[in-house]
Ligand binder design. Sequence first.
Ligand code: ZN
Length: 248
Amino acid sequence: MRYIDINSLENLDELQERLNKHRKWKLVKDDLANLSQKTCWYCEHYISGSGYAEIDHWRPKCEGQYPWLEFSIRNYIYSCKACNNKKSTNFPLVDESQRAKCESDDLSHEEPLLLNPCNKEDVRSVCYDPSGRLFGRTIKIRTKVKITKDILELDTQERLAEKQEAFCELNELLDELLLYRTDVTEVEKIIKKINYKITYKDGKRFIWSFCMYIEYWLRDNEEYFTEIPIREKIKFPQDFCEVYLGVA
Ligand SMILES: [Zn+2]
């Protein structure tokens, strides 16, 4: 799951005004797509054609839920068809009695049980296992992770297949790194391939999932690289360093 900073849209106010005026979410779809290089904010699958891209309303817009947020850009999640369909009108809360009923109710009283890619704390609290399955790094987040995975059906074979294959390729590279850990030339070659996968310009999918997993892998394995500063050679994207690693 990649962190999305909606405030990084320079024309955020203008986009919101456009939505208020024309009441068509498609007007902002391309701007939201650019925030993630066209990958789904929930599952990080690359969305190849704009016809396959959708906007999920994080707080559902339907009658009886949050209809006043239908055209609020801060409530939008750029999403693949599968995630949007599975998510549907689901929006569980820890305490149902705190659910906002109208526009004047304070949303901050709600404790959603669904991970939000626009929430730094949520993104910081998760990681991926070697097969590309999402897990919670803290006890506090585990229920939220489980419910999110159940709703979006992230771990079903059909949905996980592409990610598993991608993680398999990454693990092969990491295994090779360990094998050649004292051979500077070989290590450089392998690192180049790994860095290619986590560069926004080149990589197209699972970049944050890969980064989270590599970071987790480094903690267990960097001690074996006694001659090469392996961590320094992995070029994590700047926003990942700031948000996930807390390094400005
Ligand atoms: Zn998705």
